[in-house]
Write a protein that binds this ligand. Sequence first.
Ligand code: HEM
Length: 408
Amino acid sequence: MDSIQEGVYFRSKERPDDFLRLVFLNFSPETTRTQAHDALLKLWGMLQDLKQGIVRDLRPSQQGDPDYRVPTGKLTVLLGYGRRIFDFHSHANDWISPDDRPYELGLKLPPGENQPFRSLHWGKNVNTEVAQSDLVFQFIAVNELAVNRAVVEVQKLIDDQDLPLSINVFYQGFHREDRRSWIEFHDGINNMVAKERIKAIEYKLLDQPWMTGGTFMAFFKIEVDLKAWRKLSRIEQEILVGRNKLTGCPLDSADVVGDCLSKTEISGCPMTGSIPNNAPNSFLNPPRSADSLIQSSHIHRSNLNRGNPGQDSNNRIFRQGYEFLDWVEGKGISVGLNFISFQRRIKAVRDIIGDPDWMGGVNFGGPEGEVKRPPAIELMSLISAGFYAIPPKLEPYPGASLFNGKSI
Ligand code: HEM
């Protein structure tokens, strides 16, 4: 049995429900460890009640009131701790020990042009700090009401009990029924089988006992430049992704002669648009291609070795992303992916995005350098990002031992 918190849908036959809210919070600077513990106890308790359909304002308060419960929408709640919580400059003297900070959380993602990664940069006028916060709550449910209500109930409890916390921002995400993303290709086709996933996500080291049996979350809110993407021909898009746009079948080879592009696919692929449950693994997880153009596609750069998830150098991650659609004043519609991945090493994600053989030299996929076809495009820009420690599920709430609230 594992101790990974609910909200990481990695177990056999589990699929994450359709609606996501991520809420990022900071403690106010003068909060003590005891006050933080008290606030988390209250918030966690309230959210556990909400999962049972108990809403604070609807609790029986007069004689004869019914024990009323709302439909829960199958709400799940996950709690994570960001790098900032270990930063004693941002907190009072009586704070948690910086020694409890997991090495994996690394340094803050720096602001500025051409940051934070070599080929994946912040968008214009974004707040690079808001999602590098003390805490994150992830809410997932089958309908919008259940996830929205969780956000509002958090704010109501903070106000009612004067908790020393404030919400920096929250983000919304949803799943598409067709299992495609805004670039219209399928997303999440190759995400490992359940027994492989646990090897990729579970933190087993004993150096930080409060994290043993937990996992780490990487969050990137990535805006997609649809105008640039839609200027590419279908075959250019397919070579950048590494799959057929309509069927999801993996490409085997590609060629550029002058202005003419051609491709072949791995033969015998049974997929025809929707991904069947029993599709053979060789099409979900195609072997590394001998063709250099296909090797440089997104699916091969992001999973270069296709090796055992237990081995560090294979950088295996479990993705659980959600699309977003926003209105940005002065700009208009903004679309993209709340990229969320769980892994036992944040370094795996940093290496995928940073290493030149992986995605380091390109923004999404394709060959590096002065190539005309498929052209190098800047598809992705970062709107927000942060890394979080997701401790194992334990009483009274995950990570309580950080605040001396006994959990290990
Ligand atoms: C808006 C941003 C992104 C889009 C639209 C996107 C799209 C896709 C698509 C269409 C696939 C192929 C279908 C599948 O196998 O799931 C894929 C696969 C994958 N992507 Fe992305 N992706 C994005 C960002 C990222 C980032 C930032 C990373 C890494 C940090 C990443 C890692 C992966 C991995 C590991 C796979 C599976 C490859 C395989 O094993 O075949 N993606 N993505």
